[in-house]
Design a protein around this ligand. Structure first.
Ligand SMILES: [Ca+2]
Ligand SMILES: [Ca+2]
Length: 199
């Protein structure tokens, strides 16, 4: 299956509706595509209903850019907590293109800094997403992308949040990282959704 087919199906079927997969809920951006241009900041939001955060993963499904080292990427919660997840201030950064099916997950084995464009896979963000645990997720979450260098530009095409609610009164629930990674890597999300819908 083509690597984007799953997400395309998922978007087609559900638009901005949340989708539950193994305890984590996926919230897909609907205000994309958006341009990424030199010395500008791109903002894209996802609306999440009220729930207490047990775990957050950020999924950048498709970001096109001809010099990824230009970019600084952060995610901001409705309460204003902001976590820097991608980028370097050292030199020009990686010259490679694009970020495709990239999952930022504290539970990943490898840091994003150890990977190269297009960063397909699951990686630890620069700073931990655990900063959001315990917050009320209700409201607008904002992906913030700053292009810090002249000459190469791009476009944010799709991204999503994978939020696992904190179980009632207990600690964080088991985290469905392997499932998320597999779905993103294989493009099976659409197939799973179809099966759930018509089961
Ligand atoms: Ca996680
Ligand atoms: Ca640039």
């Amino acid at each position: 299956m083509h690597r984007y087919t799953g997400w395309a199906l998922l978007l087609l079927l559900f638009g901005s509706l949340p989708i539950t997969l193994h305890g984590g809920v996926i919230f897909v951006s609907t205000d994309v595509p958006q341009p990424i241009s030199d010395f500008n900041t791109t903002y894209s939001t996802v609306t999440v209903p009220p729930l207490i955060v047990g775990d957050v993963n950020v999924i950048i499904t498709e970001l096109r850019h001809t010099w990824m080292g230009d970019l600084h990427i952060s995610i901001r919660s409705p309460l204003g907590t902001t976590v820097f997840i991608y980028g370097t201030t050292v030199g020009f950064g990686p010259s490679g293109d694009d970020m495709i099916n990239t999952v930022f997950d504290d539970s990943a084995t490898l840091p994003i800094s150890s990977a190269a464009p297009p960063y397909t896979g699951t990686f630890q963000p620069v700073n931990p997403l655990s900063a959001f645990i315990g917050e009320n997720a209700g409201g607008l979450w904002t992906l913030i992308i700053y292009d810090r260098t002249l000459g190469d530009e791009g476009q944010l095409r799709s991204w999503a949040l994978d939020i696992t609610p904190l179980s009632g009164g207990g600690g964080p629930q088991p985290i469905p990282e392997p499932a998320t990674a597999l779905l993103v890597a294989t493009g099976l999300a659409g197939a799973v959704v179809v099966r759930r819908r018509f089961a």
